[in-house]
Design a binder for this molecule. Sequence first.
Ligand SMILES: *Cc1c(COP(=O)(O)O)cnc(C)c1O
Length: 388
Amino acid sequence: MEIRYNEKLKKLPPYLFIEIDRKKKEAIDRGADIISLGVGDPDIPTPEHIIKSMQEAVAKPFNHQYPFGTGLLSYRKAVVDWYKNRFNVDLNTDEVCSLIGSKEGIGHIHLGFINPGDIVLIPEPGYPVYNTGTIFTDGIPYFMPLLEKNGFLPDLSSIPQDVVKKVKLIFINYPNNPTAAVAPKEFYVKLIEFAKKNNIIVAADAAYSEIYYDENDKPSSFLEFPGAKEVGVEFHSLSKTYNMTGWRIGWVCGNKDIVAGIAKVKDNYDSGVFQAIQEAAITALSSSQKCVEDARKIYKERRDVLVEGLKKIGWEVSLPKASFYVWAKVPKGYTSSQVISKLLDDASIVCTPGNGMGKSGEGYVRFALTVGVPRIKEALERISKINW
Ligand SMILES: *Cc1c(COP(=O)(O)O)cnc(C)c1O
């Protein structure tokens, strides 16, 4: 029998990190000593107290049954308290829904709101999942370039009126992957006004809200701004904050009806998050946040070493205020792909080509700060020896 795939699967670009992983494996098979600055997956283990909490939770028979769809009330309460502490935003537990990692909700929100032909505004370069959900629901992606001259913010006023009329959903993501940009308060005010005026749902992806480098200039939540809860929701994840990428837990919160739409999709698709993981997540959110502070310190040291080192060898790169990415301009005369190949072939370094995350990323590469300082120094040493 000939197996024929859904046409929509064919429309998807190859999942970027799978491609990079494949190349990396090839290089490892050749015996290369690879330094991987590619995928944004923390190398630091999950903190002990969270693991311990999970070990205890896993032994409770109560947790062995199907979880309740939107998540344990105690989990949603922990989210509500965390939000109040961190952003001074008031939420109710019915404005929160647990997710199997925020990727799950980001990929499924479309099913709740997108009808064929609806336009979805998607930042590019950006996280590929915003577009995946759009294609799967026969929505039409409209890509908003994130350009350095605009502070890597989408220029909402440049979107043609006939496009705006058909827009149902807009994704934003600050602190941003891959540009590491942080959105100023004015941006959120303008965004909310734009969404209200045009009846557009805002989906704010805040996966990196806790990876920041200046205690006095923490990234905002979209929900801090007046009117936000009327138009949108925010996605959060424990993955990057607590080094829990493999655990698969996050949440969506904000507008009750939008949250209910996502919950309804999930009721019909999956049965929620393993409750033992929810219990561990409660521990993560409600105990001392020192482990997060420690992680920030680690990333900060790595960031400083990499950025200073790249500058010293002539790369054009600015110091990120948040996220664990460094978004660097490639050496003059090269494309992103050429630089990626050269880094891999001549220096056994894996990183992400800017254009792989959207065409406006051409001319950049993304380094993830997910290896220790000695390896970053080694990477810099190798890069400095490349014959450009
Ligand atoms: C890592 C990441 C996420 C999702 O992480 P989960 O592990 O699914 O919670 C979401 N958005 C962006 C931009 C990310 O980089």
